[in-house]
Design a protein. Structure first.
Length: 416
C-alpha cells in the first residue's frame, strides 16, 4: 500500500532563520521509495515533524499552507494509484509536482488570484469569510480603476500599502477596516508566493496595527433592566435571544441554532446538577461544550426550549428596540454605519463612523458575545473565557474587549 509523507532536510549547515523546502516522499512497500522537494517552504522551527505540518495553525498563512499540503498528499496518492501501468520514478514525481501548464497558468494580478482563491475555497471556508474576500476584491477593482492600471502581486509592497490606505481613507473607510483588509491582501499574496508567484522583497515589511476602540457592551445591571419592559411578541423573542447570547458568549450564527436537544445534565464535584450545551461553531468548526447559567435556563424552562429562530437582520433591528424601551438612551462613544453619500444611480453608501450615539443604536448581534467576555473578564480565568468564546489567541480576545497591554499592567498592579 502506498503512503505519502512530508519532511524537511535539515542539517547543522542549514542557515538559521531561513526557510527550507518541504519534501514529499512516496513509498510503496519495498519496491518504491522516491522523494523530491515541493514548491513550499517553512522555517525548521515552525515545522512539526511528527504531524508533518506547521506547528501552529492559528494564522491564515499556516492554515492555508497546511490545507495546500494536505491537498498535495491526497492528489499525489490518487494520481499514483491511477498510473500503475507506467514507469514510476523520481522524474515522474518531479513532473507531476511541477507541470508546465501550472507554471503558465499562474495568475499574476491581485484580482486574478482573489478570484481563484474565492472559487477554490467557496465550499471549504465560512460563507462570511467568502463575503469578506469578495468585498475586498471589489474594493481593489475600484482602486485599479482609480490608478488606471492592474495591480500585480509582485508589486504588493509598502508603497502599495500607503497608496491603497490613502485611497480607502479618502473614501471614508475606518482605520481598523483598512487594517483588516490589508492583512487579508498580504495573506493572499503569501499564499500566491507559496504557489510560485513572484513576490516583492518588501512584502514582509507591510505591517498593520489596529486602533484601540471603545468596547460597547451591556453590563450585568443593564441586562437586569432589559428584562423589565413589556414588549410585543417579536421583541420579547429577540430579548430572550439577547439574554441567551449575553450569558453564552457565542456568535449569532451559533446561538441562533441552539436547540433543547443539545442540552445534557451532569453532576459537578459538589453533586449539583449542571446543564451543558454541546454544538459545533460555524465559523471555526470547533466542538464546544458550555455550561448554561440560571439566566439562560430560566429562558429555556419558561419557554420549554430556546426562543424562535429569526434572521440576523431582524434580530439586529429588534434588539435595538428592546434596549431603547429599556431606557438605554445615554450617549456613549462607539462606531456604527452611517450614510455618507448617495451615488448618481441612487445607491446609498454607508461607512462605519466613530462618534457619540445613544447606546441602543450601537447594539447589534455582537453585543452578547462582547458583553459575556467583558462582564466575566477578571472574574473568570482568561483561559476559560477564551475557551468559551472560541477566540484563537489571548491577544485576539483582549483586542475584542478593548483591553491593551497598559490595561493589563494596571490590573496586574492591583495584585502586587
Amino acid at each position: 500500500m502506498a503512503t505519502v509523507s512530508l519532511l524537511l532536510k535539515v542539517s547543522t549547515k542549514t542557515p538559521k532563520g531561513k526557510p527550507v523546502p518541504i519534501y514529499v516522499r512516496l513509498q510503496d512497500t519495498s519496491r518504491l521509495d522516491i522523494m523530491t522537494k515541493t514548491k513550499y517552504s517553512i522555517l525548521p522551527d515552525e515545522w512539526n515533524k511528527t504531524k508533518q505540518q506547521p506547528k501552529s495553525l492559528r494564522t491564515d498563512y499556516f492554515k492555508n499552507l497546511n490545507a495546500d499540503l494536505l491537498d498535495l498528499k491526497t492528489d499525489l496518492l490518487r494520481h499514483y494509484n491511477n498510473n500503475g501501468n507506467i514507469l514510476i520514478n523520481t522524474a515522474w514525481l518531479k513532473s507531476y509536482l511541477t507541470p508546465v501548464e501550472a507554471v503558465e497558468e499562474k495568475p499574476v494580478t491581485l484580482i486574478d488570484y482573489f478570484t481563484d482563491y474565492i472559487t477554490d475555497k467557496a465550499t471549504s471556508i465560512n460563507p462570511n469569510s467568502i463575503k469578506k474576500y469578495n468585498v475586498i476584491k471589489n474594493k481593489i477593482i475600484r482602486y485599479e480603476a482609480f490608478m488606471k492600471q492592474p495591480i500585480l502581486i509582485k508589486n504588493i509592497n509598502t508603497a502599495f500599502q500607503k497608496s491603497f490606505e490613502n485611497f480607502c481613507i479618502k473614501n471614508g473607510y475606518a482605520k481598523n477596516t483598512i487594517t483588516m483588509e490589508m492583512r487579508m491582501i498580504k495573506n493572499i499574496c503569501k499564499r500566491a508566493g507559496r504557489g510560485g508567484v513572484e513576490l516583492s522583497n518588501d512584502i514582509d515589511n507591510i505591517e498593520n496595527s489596529y486602533e484601540k476602540t471603545d468596547s460597547v457592551f451591556l453590563t450585568f445591571e443593564e441586562l437586569e433592566i432589559i428584562k423589565k419592559p413589556k414588549l410585543s411578541p417579536y421583541h420579547e423573542n429577540a430579548r430572550n435571544w439577547l439574554i441567551v447570547s449575553c450569558y453564552t458568549g457565542q456568535r449569532v450564527s451559533d446561538f441562533m441554532r441552539f436547540d433543547k436537544t443539545m442540552i445534557r445534565e451532569q453532576k459537578n464535584k459538589k453533586g449539583d446538577t449542571i446543564h451543558l450545551i454541546e454544538f459545533e461553531q460555524v465559523k471555526t468548526g470547533k466542538i464546544m461544550t458550555l455550561p448554561l447559567n440560571k439566566d439562560v435556563m430560566e429562558v429555556v424552562d419558561r419557554l420549554g426550549g430556546f426562543p424562535n429562530v429569526i434572521s440576523e437582520t431582524k434580530y439586529n433591528a429588534y434588539i435595538k428596540v428592546v434596549c431603547k424601551k429599556a431606557g438605554l438612551t445615554k450617549k456613549v462613544i462607539g462606531a456604527k454605519k452611517v450614510q455618507v453619500r448617495t451615488e448618481k444611480d441612487g445607491t446609498k453608501v454607508f461607512r462605519k463612523q466613530t462618534g457619540l450615539y445613544p447606546k441602543y443604536e450601537l447594539v447589534s448581534s455582537h453585543i452578547g458575545r462582547r458583553s459575556f467576555a467583558s462582564n466575566f473578564y477578571g472574574k473568570i480565568p482568561t483561559s476559560l473565557l477564551i475557551a468559551a468564546t472560541g477566540h484563537s489567541t489571548e491577544q485576539m480576545f483582549l483586542k475584542y474587549i478593548g483591553k491593551s497591554s497598559s490595561d493589563r499592567a494596571m490590573e496586574l498592579a492591583e495584585w502586587l
